[in-house]
Design a protein around this ligand. Sequence first.
Ligand SMILES: Nc1ncnc2c1ncn2[C@@H]1O[C@H](COP(=O)(O)OP(=O)(O)O)[C@@H](O)[C@H]1O
Ligand SMILES: [Mg+2]
Length: 257
Amino acid sequence: MTTTPVADRSTATVAARATDLSKIYGQGETQVVALDRVSVDFRQAEFTAIMGPSGSGKSTLMHCVAGLDTFSSGSVRIGETELGSLKDRQLTKLRRDKIGFIFQAFNLLPTLTALENITLPMDIAGRKPDKQWLDTVIQMVGLRDRLGHRPAQLSGGQQQRVAVARALASRPDIIFGDEPTGNLDSRSGAEVLGFLRNSVRELGQTVVMVTHDPVAAAYADRVVFLADGRIVDEMYRPTADNVLDFMKQFDAKGRTS
Ligand SMILES: Nc1ncnc2c1ncn2[C@@H]1O[C@H](COP(=O)(O)OP(=O)(O)O)[C@@H](O)[C@H]1O
Ligand SMILES: [Mg+2]
């Protein structure tokens, strides 16, 4: 396992942090501990992949840290804000202003053009997009000649690029993606992952991505491995081979225990 962080992480600002985070579904015999006292930091301008077997709690972790789901105990902060202290309305505002989302399903509005989809969250918030920034983002994801197209007129890869641009457009403190390349062919997936990585390297964006794909994870600076609702390991500067090896070893362990 590679243990050397990419940069000196001790001085980097924490974009999001979970401390002793637990999430329990149901009660009694049907109780499922989806997250079991997870503590993890996501630092500014770092690209983290969350990996682990199906059912290990990846989506639950992402949803709890992103303020999309409640948790049973522990705490979550985005920047300096403790999510547990917020009322629903404040949480909605925080999600809208501070967080970008990219989902497996592109979640674009079919009646809006690419550009309208990109600026929709800011339009809803009544915020004017920073034109220069918007321009940078559109340039980066290579959508300049597709801005007037509706989602149905775009390929899957282009649609997800619109979703990436939408997430980046408001300069959120952190972007969360749940299997953002899950519906894409490998070439389009590679493009989208490349844009996400560039947004971290060139624009200082913070990205946290759930994936089960070692090739996708290799775009990240760091991989956090979950099993049975716990963080079992992490790896810096992952390569697809290293990640795959780790997952195999891990599968083997799972089968014998
Ligand atoms: N709404 C729910 N009700 C009950 N159990 C759930 C619910 N959502 C997830 N779980 C359980 O929590 C665990 C973690 O799920 P999830 O975070 O979706 O895993 P992953 O994303 O790693 O596949 C699984 O055992 C799953 O069955
Ligand atoms: Mg999931």
